[in-house]
Design a protein around this ligand. Structure first.
Ligand code: SF4
Length: 431
C-alpha cells in the first residue's frame, strides 16, 4: 500500500512530502526522506518491546499494561517531588495530558529543551523573537547564515527544502542566487559549500557577534584586527554580505546555545538581527532537534505560561531554569520518582544525574530499549507518532502539523497510556 504526503517524525524539519510503501506491517520503501528519517521509518516495526517490562529481583519480567500503569501512578502518587521529563518525541496531545497530571501531582514537568535550546528561549523571553516561517525563508531569503550547527548531517533536508538548494517564489535559482555563510568552530561538511566559512575559536561566538554588531552599527573602528580567531577583513566581508541581502535568515544550533556565553550568545545573535533589520529584512530561527520539542514548549506555554521546567510544588506554576530543570533536580537528588516520556536521558545526562535516576522509582514510556532502560524500574512500550499513531507536532518554525499514521501494530498511544496513568492519579487526588 502506498501512503503519500506522510510526515517524518525524526527532526524539527518535519518533512511532509514522504511517500511510504507498506506490505502488511512492514515498510518496504520510503521516498523523499533523508538517511536519518529513512532509517527510522524503514525500521518502523522492528526493535519494539512486545509488552511492558518490570524489574524483579534484579531481572526483567514481562508485565501487563494495567499492572505497569498501576505501578506508574503509584510511584508518582507516593513521591514528594515527582519529575515528569522528556516529551519531545511525542504528540502534543500527550504533552497536554502530562502537564495536567504534573499540576495535580504538584510535580515538576520538564522537556529536553532544558538540555538543548533552553538558552534560546531565555534570550527570546528577554529580547523577543524575530522569526518567520520556513516558507518565507524558502521563497524570499537570498542570504542564509548557519551558526553553530551542521545541517548537512543533523537536519539533512533543511538545505534542500528551505535554503541552499530550494528554489523559491522570488528566487528561481537558489543555489546560484542565494549566498551561504557558515559560522562554526570546526570545518564541517556544510563548510565546503559555504560562500564564507567563518571559523571561530571555541568560546568566541559572543565576541564575534559583538564585533559584527559594531560593524553593522558603523563602528568598525572599535574592532581589533582579529576577534576569536576571525580576521577583521572577514568580519567586514560578512557584515557587508548581510547588509546587502534583501532578506537574510540566521539559523543556529546548540553550538551557540551550549557553548560559553549560552543564552547571552543567543541574545547577542537576536540583537545582531535587530541591527541588520535597520538596513534590510533579517530573521532568526533555532534549528530544533527532536521532531516535536517545539511542541512541548508551545503546549507547556499555553497551559502554564512557561515553556519548560515548570514546577507545580507551590500549587501554582513556577519556572526557574537552573533550579527547576531536570538535570538540576537530579543532580541535587531532589526528585524521588521519575516518569520519563519519549526521550533518552541515559544517553545525554551527566553521570551524577543518572546515578540518582537509577536509585529512585521510575518508569520509562518508550517503544524500544534505549540507554535509559537499564536505569528505570519499569518500561511501557507505545505506538510511535508518525508510524502507528497520529498526533500533532510543531515544526521548528512553530507551524503545527497533523502527523498521520500509516500502520497499526496494536500498541496504545502515548496519550492513551499517560491518560490512563492520569485517571489513576485522579482517583486518589480527586476521589
Ligand atoms: S530532514 Fe529531518 S524531518 Fe526531514 S526527512 Fe530528514 S530526519 Fe526526517
Amino acid at each position: 500500500m502506498i501512503h503519500e504526503d506522510m510526515i517524518c517524525p525524526f527532526c524539527g524539519c518535519l518533512c511532509d512530502d514522504l511517500v511510504i510503501e507498506t506490505e502488511g506491517t512492514e515498510v518496504v520503501r520510503v521516498d523523499n526522506a533523508c538517511t536519518l528519517g529513512s532509517h527510522k521509518l524503514m525500521n518502523a516495526g522492528t526493535h519494539r518491546l512486545k509488552s511492558p517490562i518490570m524489574r524483579e529481583g534484579g531481572a526483567w519480567r514481562d508485565a501487563r499494561y494495567e499492572e505497569a500503569i498501576e505501578y506508574a501512578a503509584g510511584i508518582l502518587l507516593d513521591a514528594d517531588r515527582p519529575l515528569l521529563y522528556g516529551w519531545s518525541s511525542t504528540q502534543g496531545e500527550a504533552q497536554g495530558t502530562g502537564v495536567s497530571m504534573a499540576e495535580l501531582l504538584g510535580g515538576v514537568i520538564d522537556s529536553t529543551t532544558s538540555v538543548c535550546h533552553g538558552p534560546s528561549i531565555l534570550a527570546i523571553q528577554e529580547v523577543g523573537h524575530p522569526g518567520c516561517t520556513l516558507g518565507q525563508v524558502k521563497n524570499r531569503a537570498d542570504l542564509i547564515v548557519y551558526w553553530g550547527c551542521n545541517p548537512t548531517e543533523a537536519h539533512p533536508r533543511h538545505m534542500s527544502r528551505y535554503t541552499t538548494y530550494a528554489d523559491g517564489y522570488f528566487l528561481e535559482n537558489a543555489f546560484r542566487d542565494r549566498k551561504l555563510i557558515l559560522v562554526d568552530v570546526r570545518k564541517t561538511e556544510t563548510a565546503s559549500i559555504a560562500d564564507e566559512f567563518v571559523q571561530v575559536k571555541p568560546g568566541g561566538d559572543y565576541a564575534v557577534l559583538s564585533a559584527l554588531r559594531a560593524i553593522v552599527r558603523g563602528r568598525e573602528d572599535v574592532v581589533p584586527p582579529t576577534v576569536a580567531g576571525v580576521t577583521k577583513e572577514q568580519l567586514l566581508r560578512v557584515a557587508a554580505l548581510c547588509k546587502e541581502a534583501k532578506f537574510g535568515a540566521l539559523f543556529f544550533g546548540v553550538g551557540l546555545t551550549m557553548s560559553p556565553g549560552k543564552y547571552k550568545n543567543v541574545r547577542n545573535a537576536i540583537e545582531l538581527v535587530d541591527e541588520l533589520s535597520r538596513h534590510t529584512k533579517f530573521t532568526l530561527t533555532p534549528l530544533r532537534g527532536h521532531y516535536n520539542v517545539y511542541g512541548s514548549n508551545e503546549v507547556f506555554t499555553w497551559m502554564t505560561g512557561y515553556p519548560y521546567a515548570v514546577d507545580f510544588s507551590r500549587q501554582i506554576a513556577f519556572y526557574n531554569p537552573g533550579e527547576t530543570t531536570a538535570v538540576d533536580l537530579m543532580a541535587r537528588k531532589e526528585c524521588d520518582a521519575a516518569l520519563i516520556v519519549a526521550s533518552d536521558p541515559g544517553a545525554h545526562f551527566p553521570k551524577k544525574c543518572l546515578e540518582h535516576l537509577a536509585s529512585i522509582p521510575s518508569v520509562l514510556i518508550d517503544p524500544m530499549h534505549t540507554m535509559t532502560t537499564p536505569l528505570v524500574r519499569c518500561q511501557i512500550p507505545t505506538a510511535v507518532t508518525g508510524m502507528d499513531a497520529p498526533g500533532t507536532a510543531y515544526r521548528m518554525d512553530g507551524v503545527p502539523i497533523h502527523v498521520k499514521k500509516f500502520m497499526d501494530l496494536g500498541y496504545p498511544t502515548d496519550t492513551e497510556i499517560i491518560g490512563s496513568i492520569f485517571e489513576k492519579v485522579k482517583e486518589v487526588r480527586h476521589p
